[in-house]
Write a protein that binds this ligand. Structure first.
Ligand SMILES: C[S@@+](CC[C@H](N)C(=O)[O-])C[C@H]1O[C@@H](n2cnc3c(N)ncnc32)[C@H](O)[C@@H]1O
Length: 312
């Protein structure tokens, strides 16, 4: 589906004049995905959007203004268009070779350095993005997560040789629900979170964006919360969609009295159009902890110190 066809689809699905909706599979229902992957084999590969990492290594982009949504940039020097690498948008180093990336990963582990370049692929499906990140010399580890256990079973079979024989393993497969992310610790992802297809599919299947969502189908907002919890501050969440910010920002941040609070938790919100792929890249960076919280904690610690009994 091109950007213009999606625009037409979104206008029908989210019209405030009519309740008419085009049919869409229940992408928000995990059991739908287990059924969809029922007969899948390890060799199957479907790339949502018709592109993979090879098309993202270097791409032309145009910035989409977010002024009307209250995300105006303060940076007058901000470029309006350009050519960049995916690594630049992820703000992650791409090494010279996979071997160099592997040895950098090992050195970091041996030095007990608590930082990491982990990349979490949400709703990884049977895409080759994880494998391609490894081949294209990102450091990782690459955490490939999907709600369908059948799918993860296929993926672990596909990479069986690597998972059993690689001296340094930088690929992991996780069955988990992105709305919860219970398998990951808070602030544990030090590289980036990437979603290709999950948000976009959910958006198409969810009720009209203008309706109050009160029937448990607000999965995009729940995923925003869990991604925020597992990401380290200053690290980006990047997702792709063919729907415009008018819809996707509302899906992501909501439109109720808590919207300001939700928006404050992210900074550097930007959207670019990938000119040759006819798709948009959304990038939200997790904000640092707010100063009030930090101050509160410092005060509390100082108070505790004061109360500690003196040693003789
Ligand atoms: C449209 S496919 C995209 C697959 C892949 N990322 C790609 O680029 O082709 C969406 C994927 O998200 C998974 N998924 C759906 N709901 C999920 C959830 N709540 N948590 C984690 N994964 C989910 C599905 O099982 C499916 O593999």
């Amino acid at each position: 589906m091109s950007l213009s066809t999606r625009h037409f689809f979104d206008r029908i699905q989210n019209s405030s004049l009519t309740k008419f909706r085009l049919p869409s599979p229940p992408y928000y229902d995990p059991s739908y995905w287990d059924r969809a992957y029922k007969d899948a084999t390890p060799d199957d590969c479907i790339e949502w959007g018709g592109f993979d990492l090879n098309r993202l290594l270097k791409f032309r982009w145009e910035r989409i203004s977010l002024d009307e949504f209250g995300f105006a940039s303060n940076d007058v020097a901000e470029e309006k268009e350009g050519t960049s690498t995916f690594a630049e948008w992820l703000d992650i180093q791409q090494h010279e070779s996979p071997e160099e990336a592997s040895s950098a990963y090992q050195q970091r582990k041996l030095s007990n350095d608590s930082s990491n370049d982990a990349i979490l692929l949400l709703g990884c499906g049977n895409s080759k993005m994880g494998e391609q990140l490894l081949i294209h010399s990102f450091q990782g580890p690459f955490l490939q997560l999907d709600v369908s256990s059948k799918l993860i079973q296929c993926m672990t079979q596909r990479y069986d040789k690597y998972l059993k024989e690689a001296a340094v393993k930088r690929m992991e497969f996780i069955v988990d629900d992105a709305t919860e992310l219970t398998s990951l610790e808070p602030n544990s992802v030090g590289g980036a979170v990437i979603d290709k297809g999950l948000f976009d599919g959910l958006h198409c299947a969810l009720p009209n964006v203008n309706l109050e969502i009160d029937d448990g189908k607000d999965s995009i907002r729940k995923i925003m919360e869990s991604v925020h919890r597992v990401l380290q501050p200053s690290r980006p969440f990047v997702f792709f969609s063919r729907s415009s910010p008018k819809y996707m920002l509302r899906r992501s941040f909501g439109d109720d009295y808590e919207i300001e609070e939700r928006r404050r938790r992210w900074k550097d919100v930007s959207v670019i159009k990938l000119v040759d792929l006819d798709v948009m890249l959304y990038r939200f960076v997790k904000a640092e902890e707010n100063n009030e919280d930090v101050n509160l904690r410092v005060t509390t610690r100082a108070f505790r110190m004061k109360k500690r009994p003196k040693r003789n």
